[in-house]
Design a protein around this ligand. Structure first.
Ligand code: ADP
Ligand code: MG
Length: 339
């Protein structure tokens, strides 16, 4: 046995990168969340070779001041919370201060950023988490981050990267969901120099759905607005003419955070029971707004799973809200009685 030693920060970052950065799509998700938290109105996502070559996220948000840029890349450095109690009233998507440290520890990063108050921006380069240099640069206010050579120094992770199309599929799913959660932001997604889509940023969910999924889905949705026991549901739900053979079109946002949740899926599926053919899943884009105290977002580093403290109630509200909307909107064909 050798002696106990404190791990150097670079090694610690690589270890936690294992949890935060699973594949190129995880990088995209973290960078997008940062751009959204920064109050951006336009976000450009440029991908090359499914993210294996390059991931670039450029925004017009608040920017990072020159004297904080290096700090932003160290572990547990965040501008979003100050003390543990802040976690119970968290309004931002990020708060763990891990993403930039983790991403930069397993890639090469070039970041350019400028705040509205600064006369010039700052460009900084990092390789495997070490800062190579920082120079002034002329750019519009906002942040532009480019990640290349992902997993170049973690061969085990690199080996598990899948084909370009598979990795891009994961990326496009992430971007699509954030674009649905934030219809007021214009998202432009580019892959291998071709525009995949650009959302209009009108603030209307239906406009985002139309751009992302086309008219067949968009024209078979109806708005939902329901409130019960301080849980509010808004969004769009599909009528009985559209259904899918997987849950991929069950999209949930809890307090504007994209989440996967068995509880929410169950509530929805119970409401559609008997409405859709067996083994078919509904199309729903559902915002669930509830008191922060009812959810714990700090279950996993990627924050995609949330824990509800009142599972049963939430499921019940979803089921009732959707059933009621489907009935009042006459979306379920009534069985004609013979006289
Ligand atoms: P977290 O988002 O959990 O705070 P990150 O490592 O993702 O941690 O980011 C660290 C900090 O860097 C953020 O708290 C924020 O202050 C700053 N930052 C990161 N990305 C951006 C961005 N696109 N625009 C403005 N500030 C950013
Ligand atoms: Mg973050």
């Amino acid at each position: 046995m050798t002696k106990i030693k404190q791990l150097p920060e670079s090694v610690a970052n690589q270890i936690s990168a294992g949890e935060v950065v699973e594949r190129p799509a995880s990088v995209v998700k973290e960078l997008l969340e940062n751009s959204i938290d920064a109050g951006s109105k336009n976000i450009l996502i440029e991908i090359e070779e499914g993210g294996r070559e390059k991931i670039r996220v450029k925004d017009d948000g608040s920017g990072i001041p020159a004297d904080e840029m290096e700090l932003a890349f160290s572990r547990y450095a965040t501008s979003k919370i100050e003390e543990i109690n802040d976690l119970y009233s968290i309004k931002t998507l990020g708060f763990r201060g891990e993403a930039l440290a983790s991403i930069s520890s397993v890639s090469n990063v070039v970041i350019k950023s400028r705040t509205a108050g600064e006369l010039q921006g700052t460009k900084m380069e990092l390789k495997g988490g070490s800062v190579l240099g920082q120079v002034p640069v002329g750019i519009p206010a906002g942040t532009d981050i480019e990640v290349t050579g992902l997993f170049y120094n973690t061969p085990a992770r690199y080996k598990y990267l899948k084909k370009v199309n598979t990795e891009f599929g994961h990326i496009s799913k992430i971007v699509t969901r954030e674009a649905l959660a934030y219809p007021d932001i214009k998202f432009t997604l580019i892959h291998n120099h071709k525009e995949v889509y650009k959302t209009p940023g009108t603030g209307k969910l239906i406009d985002a759905v139309y751009t992302l999924y086309g008219s067949e889905i968009a024209s078979n949705l109806t708005p939902i607005d329901y409130e019960d026991r301080y849980i509010r549901l808004t969004g769009l739900i599909g009528n009985q003419t559209i259904s899918r053979s997987s849950r991929i079109y069950e999209v949930f946002f809890v307090n504007k955070r994209v989440v996967n949740s068995r509880t929410l899926s169950q509530g929805v599926e119970e409401a559609y029971h008997g409405v859709l053919p067996g083994r078919k899943y509904p199309v729903v884009f559902l915002n669930v707004v509830l008191n922060q105290i009812l959810i714990d977002v700090n279950v996993h580093p990627t924050k995609r799973e949330v824990k509800f403290s009142r599972d049963g109630i939430i499921k019940d509200v979803l089921k009732k809200g959707i059933s009621k909307t489907l009935q009042t909107k006459d979306l379920i064909p009534k069985i004609k009685k013979k006289h």
